[in-house]
Each structure stands twice: as structure tokens, then as C-alpha cells.
Write a protein that binds this ligand. Structure first.
Ligand SMILES: N[C@@H](CCC(=O)N[C@@H](CS)C(=O)NCC(=O)O)C(=O)O
Length: 199
């Protein structure tokens, strides 16, 4: 497997997931500053010309949520996704899609200071998105209960960016302890080091 990535970007989500999986992979640095994402070769990997993207033999997958879902399904033995038929599978899929449909949209709205009626915006509002997450995580160590899953990789990475990197949201005790739990995992430490080292 080859991960096309760049440091200090949404690639951290895929990096963290690959480190959770523990299978061998190669990192291919995409030099965003010099436009390496806009070459025909990279366009064939990800027509959106963004990172991250994963190549696995003949398969290519972009969109960090999709990469995470792909890896969880390819390596079921890691137990990072509830199997089809398990009751928690529904919520698992919900939180994976909530990352791009809810959190990404909400932070874009906040960042651009744009107004949108709550009933029209699929994510409701910035406050609603994060209040819902806070409600779910109150009294529950992880999104699906006691068990860490691939959905936590995605949502914890999103919270990390929203609170710590972009400072678009104030820290809340529930998010602080959730992030501490998720980010104390050795796989997160390895991914964060790769991200910081930039190689
Ligand atoms: N929805 C995509 C977003 C990816 C994305 O926006 N990547 C940014 C870096 S965080 C990028 O590659 N930007 C470079 C560009 O657009 O030229 C995902 O979740 O993977």
C-alpha cells in the first residue's frame, strides 16, 4: 500500500489509521507547495488533486473517511470496525459520514463566517454539530461505547484540528478527556511523529 500524503494536513487521519492497522505501507510525500498534486500522474490517483490518497495494488481510494473505511474492511482482524450485522455498525457508519457531512461543513461555515438557515444546512449549525458530539461522548469513552473504532480515528482527528490546530472551538472537558484517551494510543504517537518530522 502507498499513502500519498503531506504533513500538517488531513493526511494525519489516514496516517493514524495505517499505524493502527500495523500493516506495511510506503509513504509518498506530495509536495503541495510546489503543486505536485496538480500533475497528471497524481490526478490519476486522486482527481480532486488533494491529499491523502491510498493506492493498494489496482485499487485507489481518496477522501480520508473512505480511506479509513477501506482499511478497516481490508483488515477486519484489527477489530476497528463492527462487522456487518453487528448493532453498532449503524452508528459506526453514521460517525464516519458525519465527519465530512457534519464536521467539515460546520468548520467551513465557521471559518468563512457564512450564514445558513439551520433547517437548510444538512449539518444544522456549527454549535449543533459539536453539541451532538459532546452529548454522545458524555459518559461514553468512545463513539461506539467502550470499544475504540476507526470512527474514533476520524472524529478524534477532526476534533484535534478544530480545537487545537484551528482553534475554532473552545476546549470542553468531555472533548479533552476523549482526545487524551484516543491520542494516548501508540499508533497516534507514531503518526504524530511522522507528521511532525514530515517524512
Ligand atoms: N475531503 C478531503 C479533503 C482533503 C483536503 O482538503 N486536502 C488538502 C490538505 S488538508 C489538500 O490536499 N490541499 C491541497 C490543494 O487543494 O491543492 C479528505 O477528507 O481527504
Amino acid at each position: 500500500m502507498r499513502l500519498f500524503w503531506a504533513p500538517h494536513t488531513r493526511s494525519l487521519r489516514a496516517l493514524w489509521m495505517l499505524e493502527e492497522i500495523g500493516a506495511p505501507y510506503e509513504r509518498v510525500l506530495v509536495d503541495l507547495k510546489n503543486g505536485a498534486q496538480h500533475t497528471p500522474a497524481y490526478h490519476a490517483i486522486n482527481p480532486m488533486e488533494k491529499v491523502p490518497a491510498l493506492q493498494d495494488g489496482d485499487a485507489c481510494v481518496a477522501e480520508s473517511g473512505a480511506i479509513i473505511a477501506y482499511l478497516a474492511e481490508k483488515f477486519p482482524q484489527t477489530g476497528l470496525a463492527p462487522a456487518i450485522g453487528e448493532a453498532t455498525r449503524g452508528r459506526y457508519l453514521q460517525w464516519l459520514f458525519f465527519s465530512s457531512g457534519g464536521i467539515e461543513a460546520a468548520i467551513t461555515q465557521k471559518y468563512t463566517k457564512s450564514e445558513m438557515p439551520e433547517g437548510t444546512a444538512g449539518w444544522g449549525s456549527f454549535d449543533k454539530v459539536f453539541n451532538v458530539l459532546e452529548e454522545v461522548l458524555t459518559g461514553s469513552p468512545y463513539l461506539l461505547g467502550d470499544k475504540f473504532s476507526a470512527a474514533d480515528v476520524l472524529i478524534a482527528a477532526d476534533l484535534h484540528f478544530t480545537i487545537n490546530a484551528f482553534k475554532l472551538l473552545e476546549q470542553r472537558p468531555v472533548f479533552a478527556s476523549y482526545l487524551e484517551r484516543c491520542q494516548s494510543r501508540p499508533a497516534f504517537h507514531r503518526a504524530a511523529k511522522i507528521d511532525a518530522d514530515g517524512v
